[in-house]
Ligand binder design. Structure first.
Ligand code: MG
Length: 392
């Protein structure tokens, strides 16, 4: 097919029906915000040239954090309605003149690359096409009093999804015409295209391509995702660093004022080192010394965040998620209690794990051994990691 293919992914809604504190497209499913797989689908598809995200003006920070590393056009801000948001995305693409545009809702994170391929082919063949599924339930029309007025012939009914696929120029023209006529109420682009007189074809959708709308949808999707991550593994990690000169220690990524520092090649954060080894242990992918050799001058004095972030990235690369991190620090001093929540927050931030999945505990060794003599401290960690089940 001649010409380029663009995808507009709309994520500008407030998603209040889903409950929770975040707009639904930024809520996590199996360890990543919903919007990320929705955008990644197109960013990594070989037939899609441009991906144009449309976001809410209040969500810039959430958005940047959610999409780090994906190949996308700069996001544009949406409008008050879905239709206005799609129009903003189309107008942003005007200078690039793609031949085909796919319109997708960020709240459908489970669409497959095969569906994208079908949608591009359908748009090339027909100019306007939507993925659809047959209706298996009987559908009735009710009257104003709530009584059944009519039973529809379900053989003629279809549920439609996104990505909806169109020749670019006619869809943009249809959107601009709708605006000029004061029509801002279309709930999907196919309805707008029909109003504008375009013929809209259907192609085969996907049952798994569900739209996350209610709190219930999220609970079901999370359960399905977790069920797919059935390979549950536990890794353990352990680390020791001696005290030396200094006025603070780094522990769990937090700077804690102390009468001594910790000695080590990096910043000597024994807590993050133990956590890193625990995650690598769950993956059976060696240990921190294999991934970051102490002989490498790059890690001299390095902040240990990167070690844990690297191990977490290995989990993601294998399609997995971290279910839980548990850390125990053994020392006589400094006191850990006052810093516990700051450590949990920082570890959760580095690992992309919710706060209620990060535990930090501390104990002394009752003045016994090297920790009792205040010569150093040690840290133990356990990581619970879920990976997709691949039959051995
Ligand atoms: Mg260490």
């Amino acid at each position: 097919m001649a010409g380029s293919v663009a995808a507009v992914v709309v994520a500008a809604g407030r998603g209040v029906r889903a409950g929770g504190e975040l707009p639904k497209q930024y809520r996590q499913i199996a360890g990543e915000p919903v919007i990320r797989p929705s955008l990644r689908l197109f960013a990594q598809h070989g037939e899609v040239t441009f991906v144009q995200p449309v976001i809410h003006a209040d969500d810039g920070t959430l958005y940047e954090r959610a999409v780090a590393g994906l190949r996308l056009l700069p996001a544009v801000f949406g409008g008050a309605t879905r239709q206005a948001s799609v129009r903003a995305g189309l107008e942003a693409l005007q200078g690039r003149q793609p031949s085909v545009v796919l319109i997708h809702d960020a709240a459908r994170p489970f669409a497959s690359p095969a569906l994208v391929t079908r949608s591009i082919a359908a748009a090339a063949a027909t100019g306007a096409a939507v993925p659809s599924l047959p209706v298996t339930d009987t559908v009735k029309v009710i009257d104003d009093s709530g009584q059944v007025a009519e039973t529809l012939d379900r053989a003629r009914l279809r549920i439609v999804q996104t990505p909806q696929a169109f020749a670019f120029a006619p869809l943009l023209a249809a959107h601009q015409r709708a605006l000029a006529h004061g029509r801002e109420d279309f709930t999907d682009d196919a309805a707008l295209a029909e109003w504008a007189g375009l013929e809209v074809a259907v192609f085969e959708g996907e049952r798994s391509n569900t739209k996350l709308t209610s709190a219930d949808d999220f609970a079901r999707a999370e359960a399905a995702q977790l069920a797919a991550l059935a390979d549950v593994r536990t890794g353990s990690g352990f680390d020791v660093h001696p005290f030396g000169e200094g006025d603070h220690v780094m522990l769990g990524g937090v700077r804690i004022p102390h009468s001594h520092g910790l000695v080590g090649h990096s910043d000597a954060d024994a807590a993050l080192h133990a956590l890193t080894d625990a995650v690598l242990g769950a993956l059976a992918e060696g240990d921190i010394g294999v991934h970051f050799p102490p002989s490498d001058p790059r890690w001299r004095g390095a902040s240990s965040d990167r070690f844990l972030a690297h191990a977490v990235e290995r989990v993601r690369a294998r399609g997995g998620a971290i279910a839980h991190l548990d850390l125990t620090i053994v020392c006589e001093a400094p006191r850990i209690g006052p810093w516990r929540d700051a450590m949990r927050a920082r570890i959760g931030e580095i690992a992309g794990v919710a706060l209620d999945r990060v535990a930090v505990k501390a104990t002394t060794s009752e003045k016994l051994g090297f920790t009792g003599r205040r010569e150093g401290l040690m840290a133990f960690a356990t990581a619970t990691v879920r990976l997709p089940w691949n039959a051995p």
